[in-house]
Design a protein around this ligand. Structure first.
Ligand SMILES: Nc1ncnc2c1ncn2[C@@H]1O[C@H](COP(=O)(O)OP(=O)(O)OP(=O)(O)O)[C@@H](O)[C@H]1O
Ligand SMILES: [Mg+2]
Length: 334
């Protein structure tokens, strides 16, 4: 199946006072129609930057595209001009990390949803929005009902601060679905919520996406969240793709030492979690070769000298590592 979202060899730098910060370095990532893909990695590895590159919301003038492309539904999102503009907010929509920051505090929820529908929701009969206010309101109420908000009409009349964090995030999911997109980008959509609400919201997002055949690219540093909702997991490290694997293989048979260390850092009965020493390198001065080499117990000279290519090991399982792990129980140190 061909990809809905196809990111290939994408490199991107921010201009900073200290010089160019190469935050994305030859990233590869694909999302197929109807697929839910988790993009995981530690803080600072470039998840939000990649999401913003797809959405076209990176700061103008400060961002330099070095190479590569982002294609969404066949449209070049980096150089596509009007065609790319038309896709944003329609074919691809967004669920942010902090829904409160994304609402305008001065307007009622209903007004903000109506504005969104006026500009972005499909109107196949071509009639003006005004003639359709009632139909739009009905669609909004049906969608708030679908995200399991009780008394949807009452929600429309409220201001954002009158809703709980979980309710605001449900409204955000409804707003992301209303334009009938093909892809939703959800950037750490539940990090700001408490754990029980997180699980409910993730379950809801997955169910609604599957029911409607919508793809989701979901960024998180929480592997438990990836387990809950993803079909496939992409591991990013310091702006590079480290590993791509179907969900089961990712958890049962991680190949990249970084992935293995991420999994070993989770608490598990009968085993002490092992942290990953050191931190993500600065994009101003990334190490040569594999960017993970200074923290990797398997690193040898070749890892410092040559960047490993992303290569397929078995069906759909790709790894960028000179010394991949072959078994879950194998010792990392060689
Ligand atoms: N506008 C900017 N100018 C310069 N550097 C930036 C800018 N935005 C982000 N960065 C840098 O890019 C790198 C990646 O940041 P990004 O926010 O994409 O990471 P992330 O994986 O989303 O992290 P988190 O899990 O904390 O959200 C960081 O080193 C960050 O400091
Ligand atoms: Mg982020």
């Amino acid at each position: 199946m061909s990809a809905l979202l196809d990111i290939s060899r994408l490199s991107l730098s921010f201009r900073t006072e200290k010089g160019p910060a190469r935050v994305l370095d030859m990233i590869d990532l694909a999302v197929k129609p109807g697929e839910i893909v988790g993009l995981v990695g530690e803080s600072g590895c470039g998840k939000t930057t990649l999401a913003r590159a797809i959405l076209g919301t990176l700061p103008d003038g400060l961002t330099e595209i070095g190479s590569g492309h982002i294609r969404l539904d066949g449209v070049d999102m980096l150089r596509g001009g009007r065609a790319a503009e038309n896709i944003r907010g329609r074919v691809v929509t967004f669920v942010p990390q902090d829904p409160f920051a994304s609402f305008n505090p001065l307007f009622r929820v209903g007004t903000q949803i109506a504005d969104l529908m006026r500009y972005k929701a499909p109107r196949p009969d071509g009639r003006s929005w005004r003639g359709h206010a009632r139909a739009d309101e009905e669609a909004a109420i049906a969608m708030l009902d679908a995200v399991q908000l009780p008394q949807p009409s009452a929600i429309l009349a409220k201001y954002p601060h009158e809703l709980s964090g979980g309710q605001r995030q449900r409204v955000m999911i409804a707003m992301a679905l209303l334009p009938q997109p093909q892809l939703i980008i959800a950037d750490e959509p539940t990090t700001a919520l408490d754990v029980t609400v997180q699980a409910q919201i993730l379950g809801l997002l997955r169910r609604l996406a599957v029911e409607r055949g919508v793809s989701v690219l979901f960024t998180t540093h929480d592997l438990g969240a990836a387990w809950e909702i993803c079909d496939r997991v992409v591991v990013m490290y310091a702006g590079q793709t480290a590993e791509v694997a179907p969900r089961e293989a990712f958890f049962a048979q991680p190949r990249h030492p970084y992935t293995r260390m991420l999994l070993d850092s989770l608490p598990e009965p009968g085993r002490d979690p092992v942290g990953i020493p050191g931190g993500v390198p600065s994009p101003l001065t990334p190490p040569g070769g594999c960017r993970f080499n200074p923290r990797c117990p398997r690193a040898t000279d070749i890892c410092r000298e040559m960047r490993p290519a992303l290569t397929e090991h078995e069906g759909g399982h790709l790894v960028a590592c000179h010394h991949p792990v072959t078994a879950r129980a194998e010792a990392l140190h060689v």
